[in-house]
Design a protein around this ligand. Structure first.
Ligand SMILES: Cc1cc2nc3c(=O)[nH]c(=O)nc-3n(C[C@H](O)[C@H](O)[C@H](O)COP(=O)(O)OP(=O)(O)OC[C@H]3O[C@@H](n4cnc5c(N)ncnc54)[C@H](O)[C@@H]3O)c2cc1C
Length: 587
């Protein structure tokens, strides 16, 4: 039986920070985790992953990009397995290292700068393995996890179909029990499946009797499974992407993962972790893009000076660095929350508890995905721009980074779908009474009339108040129809994303004792951008949502204009100079 979330004792969560509560109230410093808090064990796995990428993967990039059979990627995956880099999130009991979710983020980030290889690796350790780790039977865990941890088996995750992309539940793949009741016969086609060429296990979603959406683990040698041709892609060419075709594919009945008809729980809760992981990988990729760009602007001379000397370059570099500071802060903060909700869950038999833990931070994971992928796109794009013509020439890494970046806004739920999910989930949780929405809205209206002290904490409170007030006006105007007002939901989510990023950098800067002056500068550049963007979004929303509420309208604008940022140009020049000195991102 699946329990509703409110029936579950959430006391086992150490921080008591409910998912989405950043939209309601301030998070305490002691409930946060940032890169400065990494332990020696975390740093060890970080070093191992970074060295693996620089020593084993980067030197073979050309081969990886040009390969036909993916034997280089497979060879590297096996090497990663030998180093424990496929095993971090698998329990010790099943041959893994049983590390925390912070370590998962660390490995994800370190691997993020290796194009197609990164995608193959992340896909395997995350969405292709977690369905078994969290929802598999004892026998499935014993059989598959040790092999997936060592790299003896490589995995794939098969959800998308020709008629079922964002609308995954529209799947047409069917599973019908055979006469002897020993096997399900699967029929259908999955498309764009990462790692398809060399996978040993496929997590497949099919509808039992055409109705009950269910997850299965399917082995490559099961009769009736075949692959379509390799797709020719814009980027991540080092990863295999093929269709997987099932024609009366014989899958033993003990290969059902979780319950019949509950495959959507497996599929969507696992995607939450996939989205977090993608955010980490994108942050790593963006750091790499940044490093390439710094190197170039410091070397290339025009008008008798380096590109780095131009004020226009410095402003771009500072904004790129600030974006990285925010992305990194978001990722580590979220990894800590995930650890709180997921620690030990892979040992639990209770599917309901697992589901709750895996979905508690769905909103934060959606932000990781959106913010991370848009950070990488932003840095890749500005990186190409700062390279000038050579940025367009394949010989330079930034050209591949730009092409590889683009997919991240599409897979693991498009960024539009994730934005819709974010505010949709918040309102759903609030209306169910799982978040103290009414109380928060009341204090948000109060916050708007408070005299601002122009501190960073106050600024975050104002951003939160603006989100809540706008969400409340949207709710009042549209009621149950709000779900179909996508233009409004998307804008609300953009406010929420700026809020999460802003609060994360404020908390991290306050907590940290290292590089405090630089952190304050990075923080202020993030906040300035967030306030400017919030202003534009709120202006559109208030015109749509407010009618004769002139007093509130004035309060909103007063709140938005109460935060000023002096010496932006000077601050950004300082940030750029520090990044030039370091030769890479430093936060
Ligand atoms: C290289 C690559 C690797 C992939 N790997 C895998 C894999 O390993 N396993 C797997 O299962 N899938 C994989 N995918 C599939 C990927 O997850 C889907 O492409 C993605 O979910 C989007 O689905 P779609 O392509 O059908 O786009 P669509 O769903 O057709 O979306 C097209 C556009 O419409 C928008 N849209 C869709 N629905 C809505 C809505 N309700 N409201 C507003 N806008 C909407 C989308 O945001 C998007 O901008 C991969 C894809 C690629 C290209």
């Amino acid at each position: 039986m699946i329990l509703e979330r409110e029936e579950i004792d959430m006391d086992n969560m150490k921080t008591g920070v409910a998912g989405g509560s950043f939209l309601i109230k301030q998070t305490d410093l002691e409930d946060t985790f940032f890169p400065e808090d990494l332990t020696e064990e975390h740093k060890m796995i970080q070093r191992t992953a970074q060295q693996f990428i620089t020593k084993e993967v980067h030197p073979r990039n050309k081969e990886i990009e040009e390969q036909q059979e993916f034997d280089v990627v497979v060879e590297l995956l096996k090497k990663a397995g030998d180093l424990g880099l496929l095993a971090h999130s698998i329990p010790k009991k099943y041959g893994g290292l049983g590390l925390d979710k912070i370590s998962k983020g660390i490995v994800g980030e370190a691997l993020g700068n290796a194009g197609g290889y990164s995608v193959a690796h992340s896909n395997h350790t995350c969405i292709a393995t977690f369905p078994i780790t969290y929802y598999g039977t004892q026998a499935q865990k014993e059989k598959y996890l040790p092999k997936l941890a060592s790299g003896e088996y490589i995995g794939a995750y098969c959800l998308t179909e020709p008629e079922a992309g964002s609308d995954a539940m529209a799947a047409r793949t069917t599973a019908v029990l055979n006469g002897a009741k020993t096997h399900y016969l699967l029929n259908g086609t999955k498309i764009y499946i990462t790692n398809a060429q060399f996978s040993d296990t496929f997590i497949v979603y099919a509808k039992v009797d055409g109705e009950h959406f269910t997850a299965f683990v399917v082995e490559k040698d099961f009769p009736g499974l075949s692959l379509g041709p390799e797709e020719k892609k814009m980027g991540i060419r080092g990863s295999s992407t093929r269709s997987v075709i099932f024609e009366d594919c014989e899958v033993p009945v003990d290969k059902v993962i979780g319950e019949i008809g509950k495959g959507h729980i497996v599929a969507f809760t696992v995607l939450n972790l996939g989205r977090f992981n993608l955010g980490s990988a994108c942050t790593g990729g963006a750091k790499y893009a940044f490093k390439q760009t710094i190197r170039h602007v410091r070397e290339r001379k025009q008008f008798h000076q380096t590109l780095a000397d131009f004020g226009a370059t410095k402003e771009k570099i500072a904004k790129m660095a600030a974006r990285l500071y925010a992305a990194e802060s978001i990722q580590y903060r979220t990894s800590y929350l995930l650890e709180e909700s997921l620690a030990g869950l892979d040992q639990k038999e209770d599917a309901c508890l697992v589901r709750t833990g895996m979905s508690e931070y769905a909103m934060e994971c959606a932000i990781c995905k959106v913010y991370g992928s848009e950070t990488l796109d932003y840095l890749a794009d500005e990186g190409v721009q700062l390279h000038g013509g050579v940025g367009f020439i394949s010989e330079y890494p930034i050209e591949q980074i730009y092409r590889d970046s683009r997919i991240n806004r599409i897979f693991e739920g498009t960024n539009e779908v994730n934005r819709l999910l974010l505010t949709g989930e918040f309102l759903k949780k609030s209306m169910k009474g799982l978040l103290p929405y009414e109380e928060a809205v009341k204090s948000a209206f109060g916050q708007l009339v408070k005299e601002s002290t122009n501190t960073t904490e106050e600024l975050v409170e104002d951003l939160r108040a603006l989100y809540l007030v706008m969400a409340e006006f949207a709710r009042r105007k549209y009621g149950n129809d709000l779900e179909s007002q996508q233009e409004v939901l998307m804008k609300l989510s953009d406010l929420a994303i700026h809020l999460y990023a802003s609060e994360s950098v404020v908390l991290r800067t306050e907590k940290s004792t290292q590089n405090k002056a630089l952190k304050k500068q990075l923080r202020d550049t993030v906040l300035e951008e967030a306030v400017n963007q919030t202003f534009l979004i709120v202006r559109q929303l208030e015109q749509e949502l407010l009618e004769d509420e002139q007093a509130i309208r004035q309060q909103i604008y007063a709140s938005l204009t109460s935060h000023s940022f002096s010496q932006s140009i000077h601050r950004n020049r300082n940030i750029a100079e520090t990044m030039y000195e370091k030769g890479e991102y430093a936060g």
